[in-house]
Design a protein around this ligand. Sequence first.
Ligand SMILES: Nc1ncnc2c1ncn2[C@@H]1O[C@H](COP(=O)(O)OP(=O)(O)OP(=O)(O)O)[C@@H](O)[C@H]1O
Ligand SMILES: [Mg+2]
Length: 291
Amino acid sequence: MIEPVETGHILIKNLGVQFPASDGPVVAVQGLDLEVKPGEFISLIGPSGCGKSTVLNIVAGFLKASSGQVTVDGKVITGPGADRGVVFQQYSLFPWLTVRKNVEFGLKMRGVTSGRREAMARTLLGLAGLQAFENNYPDQLSGGMKQRVGIVRALATSPQVMLMDEPFGALDSQTRTVMQEILTNMWQRSRLSVLFVTHDIDEAIFLSDRIYVMTARPGRIKAEIAVDLPRPRTPDQMNSPAFLALVQRLKGLIREESLAAMGGELRDGGLEGFDLREQDAGRGKQVGELI
Ligand SMILES: Nc1ncnc2c1ncn2[C@@H]1O[C@H](COP(=O)(O)OP(=O)(O)OP(=O)(O)O)[C@@H](O)[C@H]1O
Ligand SMILES: [Mg+2]
């Protein structure tokens, strides 16, 4: 019998974030409420520039809120902490350390002995299919492998919360699918809370218990969608009527906000003559799959 998880409760109430700018402050987020219950996997999606990364940076403690309250397990966030692991889109491994030493880094900082560090790192690298690469350096790894090391490194210190900002955004779609499966497996084993930012609707549905959709900037929550699909999730569920119905619902919600975010011109002038596919080509995805 699995014990319920009791830590890793993120509560955001009436969050406001402003950035100073030469022509007056930019209001990035305003009146945003969000909750991640202990052990939940929650995704945050919304149009580009709506404030998703800002919200994650606030919870990570890298940015300060202008108003409102953000707590993790009842404690107001005052800065980064070992209770929160962070994985961003850019690989942020130490190039001068081997894969295993990268994973051990946070444990070393916390005074874990070398033998124990090594054993913990090996176990986690094994779960991510990376044991054979423990003595490699980051520049000897593929993008997907680097990102797996990043996830393992964030998990190594046993955080209560994982904050992930488009961690698979730079990966090709095949690698991305495998990474999603690895992540759900690791999440189910470690049973921590995850707040996950993505542009990819399928990815959000596949991974999440609930999805928050944000409005165009200033970002607040437009809708909260429960994903009542059975776990463990498998890629073949992506063709089920329940999955496809969620895709349609989310696409509709996001389209309204993306049009608002891109300004009135698109809505008024239509999309003719505006090759969105080309605009998005740099990200290796086609519009329609993405926000
Ligand atoms: N340090 C900063 N200084 C000034 N403005 C900022 C800063 N960081 C973010 N912003 C502004 O705040 C808004 C929200 O930015 P944020 O990066 O959170 O968006 P996002 O939803 O993560 O977008 P994307 O999907 O493109 O990653 C944007 O208008 C952005 O220009
Ligand atoms: Mg972002």
